[in-house]
Ligand binder design. Structure first.
Ligand SMILES: Nc1ncnc2c1ncn2[C@@H]1O[C@H](COP(=O)(O)OP(=O)(O)OP(=O)(O)O)[C@@H](O)[C@H]1O
Ligand SMILES: [Mg+2]
Length: 232
């Protein structure tokens, strides 16, 4: 790790938090360098969310101190708020907006102005190699690994379907076929039409799309740039 004289983005010392009788944070020290991605890992209930809530000024610590972007958390929470952005684990908009639309919305909420908002959005997409674009569903459909699984009533139907759908992988024991597909309505309709023409009826059809981890690896070719991991 390189030695840096820059002030850390976050430096916390001795953070304490108690809920009722339960000591959740028992003196947490944490330093995060500027310009890095940092992941705080730990089992359920370890206090990760509590730590984020404290560092983002949503709740106050019972003890300890912290500087966030140079602002004292206890004495100047408003200063901290102007310097940070927080996004939740789940957002109602995650599945509706592309990464770019999401960033543009955040730029608007921060009153960055049109030109500056566009510049910051482009800069961030570039830095995180997300110039990858589309809603989560669109991205999932675009990478390999998506398929449709068809299960048939008997071996005769399976046999016939396998012949009709040439490129399918067969699982005789399960009377199932695995057909590569992007899972789109158009692809499904074409698939069912082919079976219909030969009068083969499938019993069940399930669509399997790659998850967003698969998308990230496929698009960027590497894991995220997490530099430090802390486990409590
Ligand atoms: N407002 C609250 N009142 C009482 N107890 C709370 C409150 N918030 C959190 N806790 C308790 O504090 C502990 C730590 O919770 P926290 O949500 O910080 O854990 P976490 O590390 O984020 O867990 P997870 O991995 O499940 O998200 C848990 O036992 C939780 O029940
Ligand atoms: Mg949590």
């Amino acid at each position: 790790m390189s030695i840096s004289t820059a002030r850390p983005a976050i430096s916390a010392m001795g953070l304490r938090k108690t809920f009722g009788k339960q000591v959740v944070l028992d003196g947490i020290d944490l330093t995060v360098a500027e310009g890095t991605a940092f992941a705080l890992l730990g089992p359920n209930g370890a206090g990760k969310t509590t730590t984020v809530h404290i560092l983002s000024t949503l709740i106050t610590a019972d003890g300890g101190e912290a500087l966030v972007a140079g602002h004292d958390l206890m004495r100047n929470p408003a200063g901290v708020r102007t310097a940070i952005g927080v996004t939740g684990q789940f957002s109602a908009l995650d599945d509706l907006l592309t990464g770019e639309e999401h960033l543009r919305m955040m730029a608007d909420l921060n009153h960055l102005g049109k030109a500056e908002g566009r510049r910051r959005t482009a800069d961030l997409l570039e830095r995180f190699e997300l110039t990858a674009e589309g809603t989560p569903d669109e991205l999932r459909r675009r990478i390999p690994g998506g398929h449709v699984r068809l299960v048939f009533a008997d071996a005769a139907d399976l046999e016939l379907a396998a012949r009709v759908l040439g490129d399918a992988a067969r699982d005789d024991a399960a009377l199932a076929l695995r057909v590569p597909s992007d899972g789109s309505v158009t692809a499904l309709r074409a698939l069912l039409n082919r079976l219909d023409r030969e009068a083969v009826a499938g019993e069940t059809l399930t669509v399997h799309t790659p998850d967003l981890d698969d998308v990230f690896f496929a698009r960027t070719g590497h894991r995220d740039k997490t530099e430090d991991k802390v486990t409590r």
